[in-house]
Design a binder for this molecule. Sequence first.
Ligand code: SAT
Ligand code: MN
Length: 631
Amino acid sequence: CRPKVHLQWASGSQPVRKLSVVSLLPQKLKDFVEDSVRLCRPSNVYVCDGSEAENSMLIELLLENRTIVPLPKYQNCFLARSCPRDVARVESRTFICTTNRRDAVNVPRGSAKGMLGNWMSLEDADSAVAERFLGCMVGRTMYVIPFSMGPLDSPYSKLGVQLTDSAYVVCSMRIMTRIGTKVLEKLDSLDDGGNGVGYFVKALHSVGRPADGPVQHPHWPCDPDRTIILHKPEMNEIISYGSGYGGNSLLGKKCFALRIGSSIARREGWLAEHMLILGVTNPKGRKRYVVAAFPSACGKTNMAMMQPTLPGYKVECVGDDIVWMRFDRNGQLRAINPEFGFFGVAPGTSRSTNPVAMDTVFKNTIFTNVAQTSDGGVYWEGMDKLEPGVTVTDWQGNPWTPGSTPAAHPNSRFCTPAEQCPIIDADWQSPEGVPIDAILFGGRRPAGVPLVYEAFDWKHGVYVGASMKSEATAAAEHKGKEIMHDPFAMRPFFGYNFGHYLQHWLSMETASPNVKVPKVFHVNWFRKDDQGKFMWPGYGENCRVLDWILRRIDNEPGTAQQTPIGIVPTRESFDARGLDVDFDGLFSVPIDFWTEEAKEVAHFLYEQVDEDLPKDIQDQINNLFSRLSLY
Ligand code: SAT
Ligand code: MN
């Protein structure tokens, strides 16, 4: 019962020409497609060319299936409502699969539970796949999406091919990555070097179908009970089953660009990180680029699109979520954004919080799980006021009244082309990347953590990244406002053992004799006062923090005040003009709090990383304790 493999050429909604795919695809890709066809048994195979016509055909199909509805208020925008059980990443079902466990995940001390990723053996992964994928695409089309992470002409870019049975995924991948014939041509021209490791990342995805009983939501088929996301870094493979949602299904993003990417990066001597990239120009016209790592749903998109309030400042956006970076021949750190679009959190986005995003997302955008207005628009919590007379349908399709349950799901998203961003940086697709002068780490920390502090040096900076914590958000299945460890904002995205990851970061400093490591900072926009009120206005005012950071990069005298945890601004060097904020409160370093914090972080690192905790990090822990006790 072997289905025929066809390459369909579409015009409008009618497939008009069928060609045998066998003779046309590069051998390795052909093998991948054929093996997957034997497993999944789709009724059709369609190779995506990435064209406008193809996209229109798929949108037409999605409208017919009611997976999406049009949003006539805007230009070429659509809304998808997912199955309510398929609304976020599923970290508990996400695995790194390797021959040896210790390569994939940290090995905690004693019986402690590993908090930094899940491992599965290759044999168990094979059984999980066999149980789920056999015949999972019967009656469906398998789409073949050749995609590039990074600009096609960049030496830093990597290619992938995703097979999926979801047209929603194809349309979203087309926004989030560079897809189609051009990628296929590049892939064809590459040589795999015969080393057996794929020279493109193989990514197999199915939304699945429940083992017992019919698909619950015909417009959003999925199999939440058996969702599983597998990564095989030794083979450059990703296999994802059961979910159509963002980070679980757009496999170029977290699965490739972070998990497989970090593992490739370690082998090749560079860094794949969960960071935004922005360019900031000061009033003197000096432009610098910085990267910043915050956990999911902590405002990376807002910061990447910041509208500075300080006169003469300008921010431009290179990326809002993922960075691939390496030191160039001159020892300068350079970064590319491997993505092509923004998959941003909608709630909280408004004309006042992120006007640039508001100017970006109302054309050519797929919204997922936001609310819909009676005049054919969208709505979410924290958006601007509703126009009078307009009624709202919530993210599940039910009538909504203000004050009742959330109109939009807290993890609802916009998926929008980066090139539409009015402040997209002129060099955002530069093949050699942009030069990076500072690395920022941050999180949601209601207590104790200053607005900004600078690490003493690179090794201390690596410790600061390792010690990151943040309040849980809606981006994954976690409940409540618990403060979780989230080292480097990578907790759900490490592709290999966190101890080895720390060693890799430490090794960057001596990667070559001329390496100039950037300064490292920690920021926290979310400190609260005794009344539980945010102490810092955030958003555009965060440029004041960037202003201080730029002064530090320039080694401006009189800008540094030493504390046991790092360097904070002197009052004179931090521009708080016109703001009514409690400077001392914002920058205080409460010693009792930090002694507890340092102990807790040390406990976490020793327990989680145990024998793989690098000596340099152990030294950093000890140094911090002695600085705190001397204080
Ligand atoms: O769903 S995604 O993983 O793409 C978003 C996020 O968690 O950052
Ligand atoms: Mn993210």
